[in-house]
Write a new protein. Structure first.
Length: 288
């Protein structure tokens, strides 16, 4: 089956001189390719609209006077730099939550070409999550109450989940549970209770969940979409540092301060994790 490629979003092509093409503005991170004539090649690349087969890409560059071998080599370098990327099927994401933040995240993930699945109003959570299958990540948004029941259900039905919550001026992502490894939402609640004995009493009162401030919501969108891209294995954007989410990772984002990263193990007294080995493992679930 032929593979199609398209240009990565946000990429620009800029001739440094007649013989060098820069893919991006920051030369300390952007790929620089020796190619002649760089100004004409940049002009053609800026006008290319994918998806294209490799042969179609090379044919367009041959119009700039490049040999087929040089055009093929340029294509391979752009793919290696992540400037041109293969077109892949859309990734499925399950999202649990009905708060204003959940709506924001669902819209942002759909805009980023994810197939977002949400339970219909009145739908029981267990059969909905059972459809996720163990390879599809679940984004759990603003789930403050009945955390033990939710954690037990997540253990029984899926293998990868990422809790996301917005409160005060902060966004909390995690702790991440990936491929069956890592803590659950109840673990985090137990850790917080060690710092604040009344944590559960306070968080159980968060209903309805208030709409986050616009900058908090924007931060939640940016950090969540980047995290979900990592969870499904999408490559980083050209020049970007790799984003690696591992079990237990938790990002505490303060839009007026800085992002703090922590790692948590399953809590030693978490009943949901303790019982996970005897819970029903995900089996042959109904396909999407």
């Amino acid at each position: 089956m032929e593979e199609f490629y398209t240009q990565a979003p946000g990429v620009g092509f800029y001739p440094r001189d007649f013989h060098a093409l820069q893919c991006g503005v920051d030369a300390t991170r952007a790929g620089i390719i020796e190619i002649t004539p760089a100004p004409l090649v940049a002009q053609i690349l800026q006008g290319l609209v994918g998806p294209l087969r490799a042969e179609e890409f090379s044919h367009a560059l041959e119009s700039a006077g490049l040999s087929k071998a040089a055009a093929d080599s340029l294509f391979e370098e752009l793919v290696r730099f992540g400037v041109w990327v293969p077109v892949t099927p859309r990734d499925h994401i399950f999202l649990v939550g009905s708060s204003p933040l959940a709506s924001l995240l669902a819209g942002a993930l759909r805009a980023d070409d994810f197939l977002v699945h949400q339970p219909r109003r009145g739908t029981q959570l267990q059969p909905f999550l059972a459809l996720a299958r163990k390879q599809i990540p679940v984004v759990v948004v603003d789930q403050w109450s009945e955390v033990e029941e939710l954690s037990t259900l997540l253990h029984r039905t899926t293998h990868t989940w990422l809790p996301v919550a917005a409160f005060d001026t902060r966004v909390l992502l995690g702790p991440a549970h990936i491929n069956g490894q890592g803590p659950c939402p109840l673990c985090f609640g137990l850790y917080r209770t060690e710092l604040d004995p009344l944590w559960a009493q306070v968080t159980n009162q968060i209903s309805p969940v208030p709409e986050p401030d616009i900058v908090v919501g924007a931060a939640a969108i940016a950090h969540t979409v980047v995290a979900v891209r990592s969870l499904v294995g999408r490559p980083s954007l050209p020049g970007a540092l790799p984003v690696l989410w591992s079990p237990g990772r938790t990002d505490d984002v303060d839009v007026h301060g800085r992002t703090q990263q922590h790692f948590f193990d399953p809590h030693p007294r978490c009943p949901a994790c303790f019982n996970a080995d005897t819970a029903d493992a995900p089996g042959n679930l109904t396909p999407l």
